[in-house]
Design a protein. Structure first.
Length: 116
């Protein structure tokens, strides 16, 4: 898997809106892959359940999962998103932001919070 890819849940309204908002900026560097598409096949070593739990980004060398994936694609998007990624990556801030992201991701799945 050499192409840089952002794997997102297109069945999640909130996730879909964010990707659509950033699509023009992201498509310059990333292939956008909707994991809710019927034909989606997870990359080797991953299951659809893994992919649905948290956002994934393959950067050409490694798979980034959760907040690290979000920070990576926000850097690609540029502008204020790049500044937000830099802020959330600061020591101390990253740990708190990562816990918040993981809590939100678990809540999203339990409640199907963004299924519209």
């Amino acid at each position: 898997m050499a192409t840089k890819r952002l794997f997102y849940d297109g069945s999640c309204g909130m996730c879909r809106r964010e990707i659509e908002h950033l699509r023009a900026r992201l498509e310059r560097e990333l292939e956008l892959v909707d994991i809710s598409a019927p034909a989606f096949e997870p990359p080797p070593g991953y299951t659809l359940t893994d992919m649905m739990e948290r956002i994934h980004l393959y950067d050409g060398e490694q798979m980034r999962v959760g907040l690290p994936a979000s920070l990576a694609y926000w850097r690609v998007a540029g502008g204020g998103f790049r500044m937000l990624a830099g802020l959330l990556n600061l020591p101390g801030v990253f740990g708190l932001a990562n816990r918040a992201y993981n809590g939100w991701a678990a809540w999203r799945l339990r409640r199907q919070a963004c299924r519209t």
